[in-house]
Ligand binder design. Structure first.
Ligand code: PLP
Length: 451
């Protein structure tokens, strides 16, 4: 391939995240120039339906005029301020109030810039909380295989995907992973979803007992696993997990970075999936993805213990320069106003039936092992038949994503699952357009996989 001038400059200047630098150097970057509604345009003038809302974040699509105006006005009025040492600003307060209104049981909000930093904050607050409670040994965290919680040292350790550990000497100690709640892959022959959920809750309890309940601080989970391949838990899963956590006084952290703000048809995925968190991590759709901002919301018990302890030891020694950036808070606040006005959770529910039905029509395709999803999240897991798996070296998922791109649709491969997370503002016609090339691309991929 002859690289364009821009592609040459790209390979000479950038080290790309989640990219094989060797193949990238040969194939060159796909350079995106602008976005409008559910579409993005590349530097060659080609239009693509963005079926992943960027990286699961542009829930309100591209080019929303209201968000742009709010950002411009905030930039002019107060482009930077912080919340350290008791300083504050109106956009931070207003957004925290709106988050509290939406998030059941949450009492205080702490800001960062990214999802990784939110989960890093979660773990530090869990440790701080247990020190305050006089339980200095209660520090271990249980997360799940295939969970995705970020890439900083602790959040990457929470993440349960091999490629986030490989080459980095991770995970760090104190972090343990329990099984993925994936019925299609994990259930025994003849086991019902409820039985599978009960078994996973039992496995979690055994892990807690083996580690020692007095050493386990928190459990962290995405209501629906995103980057692990859009894995919707089996019925009764969080209902079975919840009592185990309560029994051993273990905090329950909901990582709502993808599921938050309407994605599953409720404001938060934990509401849709029956999870009862003691704290929540939010990012991505919080600002429609327009400005980096994340938030950790904690319940009243954690808030009072943490606030009291900061008084006792002198300070809460944690905070980021850009945590609660006025631009992010102003845009987040406007994004919540828009989502409320347009009732985005109801819009998602109104499209969910057709979206999920369309997805499941591919269940019969010989390449599709499982079609799954909830709300406007979905996945087609590609297999060589039944529950088999392709050799990962073949990168069947990546081939299919490249085929889709040729046909004007951007979707991602999470392993060999093709994952869907379109802007939540998508219309019924645009949903049709998103699915239009799937059948042909599945057939082309099947043909390629066989050869
Ligand atoms: N948590 C979840 C559920 C995510 O999907 C992600 C990113 O995809 C993160 C955390 C990390 O967020 P960030 O990439 O902003 O650090």
């Amino acid at each position: 391939v002859q690289l364009t001038n821009t592609q040459t400059r790209d390979v000479e200047a950038l080290l790309h995240p989640y990219t094989n630098a060797v193949t990238h150097r040969a194939t060159g970057a796909h350079v995106i120039e602008r976005g409008e509604g559910v579409y993005v345009y590349d530097d060659q003038g080609n239009r693509f339906l963005e079926g992943m809302a960027g990286l699961w974040c542009c829930g309100l699509g591209f080019g929303d005029e209201e968000l742009i105006e709010v950002a411009q006005a905030q930039m002019a009025k107060l482009p930077y301020y912080h919340l350290f040492g008791g300083r504050s600003h109106e956009p931070a307060i207003e957004l925290a109030e709106k988050i509290k209104d939406l998030a059941p049981g949450m009492s205080r909000v702490f800001y960062q810039s990214s999802g990784s930093e939110a989960n890093e904050t979660q773990i530090k607050l869990a440790w701080y909380y247990n020190n305050a409670m006089g339980r200095p040994d209660k520090k271990k965290i249980i997360s799940r295989v295939k969970g995705y919680h970020g890439v900083s040292i602790v959040s990457a350790s929470l993440t349960g995907l091999p490629y986030n550990h490989k080459g980095f000497d991770l995970p760090v100690d104190r972090i343990h992973h329990t099984s993925t709640p994936h019925y299609f892959r994990g259930a025994h022959e003849g086991e019902t979803e409820l039985e599978f959920s009960t078994r996973l809750a039992h496995e979690l309890e055994q892990m807690i007992l083996a580690e020692g309940p007095d050493t386990v601080a928190a459990f962290i989970a995405e209501p629906v696993m995103g980057a692990g391949g859009v894995i919707v838990p089996p019925s009764g899963y969080f209902e079975a997990i919840g009592p185990v956590l309560a029994k051993y006084d273990i905090l329950c952290i909901a990582d709502e970075v993808i599921c938050g703000f309407g994605r599953t048809g409720e404001w938060f995925g934990s509401q849709r999936l029956g999870m009862q968190p003691t704290s929540m991590s939010m990012a991505k759709q919080l600002t429609g993805g327009y400005v980096p901002l994340s938030a950790v919301a904690i319940n009243a018990d954690m808030a009072s213990v943490i606030e009291g302890y900061s008084g006792e030891i002198g300070t809460l020694g944690h905070g980021f320069t850009y945590g609660g950036h006025p631009l992010g808070c102003a845009v987040g606040s406007a994004a919540i106003d828009i989502m409320r006005r347009r009732d985005i959770p109801a819009h998602v529910r109104s499209l969910e039936g057709e979206f999920q039905r369309r997805l499941r029509t591919y269940s019969d395709n010989p390449l599709v092992g499982e079609a799954r999803g909830v709300g406007l999240l979905g996945a087609l897991e590609l297999t060589p038949g039944g529950r088999g798996t392709f050799d990962p070296v073949g990168k069947v998922g990546a081939f299919m994503a490249a085929e889709l791109l040729k046909n004007g649709v951007i979707l991602r491969a999470a392993g060999d699952s093709i994952v869907f997370c379109p802007p939540m503002t998508i219309t019924a016609d645009e949903v049709e357009e998103l699915f239009a090339p799937i059948e042909n691309c599945l057939n082309a991929t099947l043909h390629w996989a066989k050869s």
